[in-house]
Ligand binder design. Structure first.
Ligand SMILES: [Zn+2]
Length: 75
């Protein structure tokens, strides 16, 4: 997420960011097996206010679990 600017679609820097859960309710688990014991894995969501491109970045905590779970493999 550190290099989110500028927008890769339109090149502008009018970006907004928030944090949201990666799953729950009736939707799919988008970051399976990367949640903590009491917390759901989080996304930082970056939206470009000029073109609408929306990007999802797994939180640091979720990324730190990637190497220790067999549910995720290197490409
Ligand atoms: Zn844009």
């Amino acid at each position: 997420m550190t290099n989110a600017k500028p927008c890769p679609e339109c090149g502008q820097k009018n970006l907004f960011v928030t944090t949201t859960n990666s799953g729950g309710g009736y939707g799919p688990m988008l970051l399976p097996k990367l949640s903590g014991f009491f917390t759901t894995a989080k996304f930082e969501v970056v939206v470009c206010a000029d073109c609408g491109l929306t990007r999802f970045f797994a939180s640091t905590e979720a990324r730190n679990r990637l190497a220790t779970t067999s549910n995720w493999r290197h490409l």
